[in-house]
Ligand binder design. Structure first.
Ligand SMILES: [Zn+2]
Length: 279
C-alpha cells in the first residue's frame, strides 16, 4: 500500500521571512526591497512596497485592534501536561520556552477592551508559542471568551494563527474543537456576533472548528488557510493542486471566506461589520 512506502520528503524551506526581523533595516521576503524597520512597523508590519503581510504577535495584534488599553483575562491558565509527553524534548520544556519567548502561558491572549468605541472581547493567537497550536488551554480560553461574550452581550473577535491541534496533548486537543463549537452555537442562539479573522497560517483543527464558524470569516491577504497541508493532499489524491490553492484569495473565490482584507483596513472592516450586525 502506498502509504507504507511513502518516502519522507523534506519540508520546502520558507522562501520568505514571516516576521519582521530585528535590526535597523529589513529585507522584504516577498519583493526583496530593503526597508527601514520602523517604516514597516508603522505600517502595521505590512511591506510598504508590495503589501506583503509579515506575521505579528498576539499582543501586537491586540494593540492594532483595540482603541486603547485592554484588560487581559485568564492569563495564568497553563497546561498540566496530561500525557507527560516528550518528543526529543519534554513538553514541559517546550511550554517554558514558549513562555520565555512570548510572555504568555499559552498560544492565545484573550482580552476585553473597546474597538471602535464598542466594548469587545478579542482573542488573538500567538504563533510564537508552539506554532500557535491548540491544546486544552487554548480551547478553554476560547471557550471562556465565548462565555464572557455571552454573559456581557459583547461581540467576539478571534484572530487565528495556528498550525492546528497540539499533538503533545493528543486527543484532548481534538476535544477542544467540539467544546468550542458547542459554545459558539450558544453564542449564535443569543445573537451575539462572532467575527473570525484568519491570518497566515490557519490550519488543522483550528480551521476545522472556530476559525470557519464566524458570522463573518475574514482573512488577511495571502494567508495559508486549510485543513491538511498541500503536500498531504497531493499525495492522497495524486493530483497537482492548482496555483494559489489554500491561499485566502483562492478560498474567497470558492466561497469559503466572506472577505479578504488588507491589515491596514482590518480594524475599520471589523468595526463596520459589527455596526451592521448589531446596531
Ligand atoms: Zn515587499
Amino acid at each position: 500500500m502506498a502509504w507504507f512506502r511513502r518516502e519522507p520528503a523534506p519540508l520546502a524551506p520558507r522562501t520568505s521571512e514571516s516576521r519582521v526581523p530585528e535590526g535597523l533595516w529589513v529585507k522584504c521576503g516577498s519583493c526583496k526591497e530593503i526597508l527601514y524597520r520602523k517604516d514597516v512597523l508603522k505600517n502595521l508590519s505590512v511591506c510598504p512596497k508590495c503589501a506583503f503581510h509579515f506575521r505579528v504577535s498576539a499582543r501586537e495584534r491586540l494593540e492594532m485592534l483595540f482603541d486603547g488599553p485592554w484588560e487581559e483575562f485568564d492569563r495564568n491558565l497553563v497546561s498540566a501536561d496530561p500525557l507527560g509527553f516528550r518528543d526529543g524534548r519534554p513538553y514541559k520544556e517546550r511550554l517554558s520556552a514558549g513562555k520565555a519567548k512570548t510572555d504568555s502561558w499559552d498560544a492565545l491572549v484573550s482580552a476585553s477592551g473597546a474597538m471602535g468605541g464598542r466594548p469587545t472581547i478579542i482573542g488573538a493567537m500567538e504563533y510564537g508559542f508552539i506554532g500557535g497550536s491548540m491544546g486544552v488551554v487554548v480551547g478553554e480560553k476560547v471557550t471562556r471568551c465565548i462565555e464572557r461574550a455571552l454573559d456581557e452581550k459583547r461581540p467576539l473577535v478571534v484572530v487565528s494563527c495556528s498550525g492546528g491541534a497540539r499533538m503533545m496533548e493528543g486527543t484532548l486537543s481534538l476535544m477542544q474543537m467540539a467544546k468550542i463549537s458547542a459554545a459558539l452555537a450558544r453564542l449564535h442562539e443569543a445573537r451575539v456576533p462572532f467575527l473570525s479573522v484568519l491570518t497566515d497560517p490557519t490550519t488543522g483543527g483550528v480551521t476545522a472548528s472556530y476559525a470557519m464558524l464566524g458570522d463573518l470569516n475574514i482573512a488577511e491577504p495571502g494567508a495559508l488557510i486549510g485543513f491538511a497541508g498541500p503536500r498531504v493532499i497531493e499525495q492522497t489524491i495524486r493530483q497537482k493542486l492548482p496555483e494559489g490553492f489554500q491561499r485566502s484569495e483562492f478560498l474567497l473565490q470558492h466561497g469559503m471566506l466572506d472577505i479578504v482584507v488588507d491589515r491596514r483596513e482590518l480594524k475599520k472592516t471589523l468595526v463596520r461589520s459589527l455596526q451592521l450586525l448589531m446596531d
